[in-house]
Design a binder for this molecule. Sequence first.
Ligand code: 5AD
Ligand code: SF4
Length: 458
Amino acid sequence: MQFDIQYEFIQKLKIHTANSNKYCYVETFGCAQNLSDTEKIKGILLECGYTDTNDFNLADIIILNTCAVRDLAEKKAFGRLGFFKNFKSQKPELIIGFCGCMAAESGVCEDIIKKYRFVDFILPPSSITSLPEILTRVLKGEMVVIKNQTDNLSIAENVPVLRQDTSRAFVTIMYGCNNFCSYCIVPYTRGRERSRDLNEILSETKNLVESGYKEITFLGQNVNSYGSDLKDNADFSELLFKANEIEGDFLIRFLTSHPKDMSKKLIDTIATCHKVSTTIHLPVQSGSNDILSKMNRKYTVEQYLELIEYAKSKISNVTFSSDIIIGFPEETNEDFEQTLSLIKKVRFDTLYTFIYSKRRGTPADKNPNQIEKSVKNERFNRLTTLQNEIALEINKSLISTTARVLVEGYSKKNSKVLSARTTSNKIVLFIGDENLIGKFVNVKITDCNTFSLFADVL
Ligand code: 5AD
Ligand code: SF4
């Protein structure tokens, strides 16, 4: 499917936006996929004649691109919606749109229709490309609610994108998820897996590299199963291999891998493709086989460790990051100790640690043996303390070594210091000239703390 069918509506919206400057403001919650969706939402709105702004006071249209993965993200989105309700009462012509994974949850949609009647449209992630059509209806006075679909979804190509960065870009390679981990809402909000055509991905990547992008991140909920729904037998190894052959000096990253689909063939491919990052984000979620089985993860701790060992033996300087959930229903002290023990064995560079959050409609939500908040908090603190010790030890071992880093911009904390990332995704801070931003630079690590390395430019 092509995006072209929306141009009929884009022409109408251009007439609406032609006479005065109309601004759009999009607030994003959650994961890289949502950041990427926001780039598409903004790209589409710009095509309709809107101007992007970071100041919601100027906005003629405000969109919340929400996340449903944990309760806290949902609370934040509702908080913002409350704030914008007051704002709209002072500016009635303002259009407010509710997008992202929360917009795909039936309970949430019903709540919004009942309690937040000032919202002009609700649009789940799989429908963002129909935004021009939806806006045309909203401008005629309709409140538009698009019901979420999970099956038989197609992929729109040629969607306009407003990239937020000039050196790093996301390229979505597949949408949706088929895994139904028992704690996770994503398969219900983003629907079944569907892969983009290999040549579409390669040509987008080539165009980005030719226009100066230095880092391309392939995105998907489970990139390792890329291609399983395609007729031509393409798989993720082939995609990496062919992307690696694109001319130019650039780095390929990918998010997220599922251990059950991480093959030795894929590890071999990473080992031979020198443009592919040697850091692998491989969410393990728990170090207990009992809990992994209850989470429906379909691998054991032993299989996970075998993959790690294989990758270490094949990929020089390989590093790992991971996601861990603590406090999953029925998690015992013994299960938790096994998670700590796995972390000590693998020694991840970075861990993204989450306290289990009940998600309506998921199997784990119905489990009567939920873990008490105080126990979850205590386990969470022990986990982060251990990981911080490991991360500091790893960082200290890098002092006096050299690294090639991509300079991202000025540090958020100190506007005189440049912030860059190593191939293994570590933050490196150093003093340097502004013209280094967006370039690869060789540095020598001189010092560190738990979360950053400090360096001198070589
Ligand atoms: N509670 C806590 N963490 C969750 N994640 C997904 N669902 C939940 C939940 N219900 C975490 C997983 C996943 C990451 C993106 O978010 O660790 O890998
Ligand atoms: Fe959620 Fe599991 Fe799919 Fe990841 S693989 S999006 S955790 S269901």
